[in-house]
Design a protein around this ligand. Structure first.
Ligand code: 6XA
Ligand code: ZN
Length: 343
């Protein structure tokens, strides 16, 4: 299996995030990608290549033009204030406020184009984000060209980013951009399977009214888990997308066996959809020792996960999402990929 990776991810390194009332070092850090690269290499999964550069138009197929323009200029507008630390939002157009008048000041824009404050913007964030999307697009290009699998080692991750919003360590939605690219290259039906611990709210929202992209997600129940306000079982899609969205919210403490039983249900739905290709939002924050999550998967469960995904028999693009047990993230990602390849 081909891996697509760029050192550009290092250009994005937020200093701190708000966690339970304290500023703590960002859980989403460069060492995560380093660990994954290291273990993919030692597992001898296959060649590791740099991403191709894609046109901005590939991004605006799923994101609004004004949102991409915001990401492009946010750091410069922030730095023009004389600020040198990370840019962070602190006010949002939530209940009773207007969503229809975009602000001019960067403080307002940061809130207008985000869902939460877990999205620090640094001097190198845009370059890293753009390169991360290029990794996903390059993987999709390989799949469109006939490859049976590819792994986009994306950092920063993407599945919380919506058409017009960054959120939860995510800026551009790498998996959604890749899925749309596959559609544009002639794959009539694409399925996205999100196995990250957190609901992929951004991906769901982007495709919610579409019948050509199926979205299935297994995740911590949003009643008790981030992102809290999307990801319930009754969200089944709307309009032409009715029936093309499937959520499996699972309780804190979910074991590997319980998780894999739910995965089988998601895979059955995807098989029934009969996609031309599958994009997997691969987060391994379902791991028992993950510092911000509450499932109990162990190493062998990740191998089984890869084996079961392979039973779909579809060209499959894996896109890296979350996972914060830094010492184990590489081994767990490699277990899914080798499970898939060896199955
Ligand atoms: C914000 C938590 C963001 C969750 C990030 C993640 N406090 N998403 O892993 O998949
Ligand atoms: Zn996650």
């Amino acid at each position: 299996m081909l891996t697509i990776y760029s050192d550009d991810h290092r250009l994005h390194h937020g200093a701190a995030e708000l966690y339970r009332g304290r500023l703590v070092p960002c859980f989403e850090m460069p060492a995560r990608a380093d660990q994954v690269l290291d273990r993919v290499r030692s597992a001898e999964l296959g060649p590791i290549v740099a991403p191709d550069r894609f046109d901005r138009a590939a991004l605006t197929r799923v994101h609004t033009d004004d949102f991409v323009a915001f990401l492009e200029s946010a750091w410069d507008e922030w730095a023009a204030l004389g600020e040198t630390g990370d840019a962070l939002p602190y006010v949002w157009p939530a209940v009773d406020l207007r969503q229809d008048v975009p602000p001019d000041h960067i403080d307002g824009k940061l809130g207008f184009y985000s869902i939460d404050a877990a999205v620090p913007i640094t001097a190198g964030t845009w370059a890293a984000v753009r390169s991360s999307a290029d990794c996903a697009l390059t993987g999709a290009r390989h799949i469109a060209g006939g490859a049976t699998s590819a792994f986009a080692l994306c950092r920063p991750p993407g599945h919380h980013a919506g058409a017009r919003a960054m959120a939860g360590f995510c800026y551009l939605n790498n998996a959604a951009i890749a899925a749309q690219y596959l559609r544009d290259q002639g794959h009539a039906r694409v399925a996205i399977l999100d196995v990250d611990y957190h609901h992929g709210n951004g991906t769901q929202s982007i495709f919610y009214e579409r019948g050509d992209v199926f979205f299935a997600s297994l995740h911590g129940d949003p009643k008790v888990e981030y992102p809290f306000f999307l990801g319930h079982a009754d969200e089944r899609g709307s309009g032409e997308g009715l029936g093309a969205n499937r959520n499996f919210p699972l309780p804190w403490g979910t074991t590997g066996a319980e998780y894999l039983a739910a995965l089988d249900l998601a895979l059955a739905d995807i098989a029934a959809f009969a996609p031309d290709s599958v994009v997997v939002s691969l987060g391994v924050d379902t791991f028992v020792e993950d510092p911000i999550s509450h499932f109990k998967l162990v190493g062998a469960d990740f191998t089984t996960m890869g084996q079961r995904i392979a039973t779909l028999g579809k060209p499959t693009l894996f896109v890296l999402e979350g996972g914060y047990a830094v010492a184990d993230i590489g081994g767990n990602v490699a277990a899914v990929l080798t499970g898939f390849s060896g199955a």
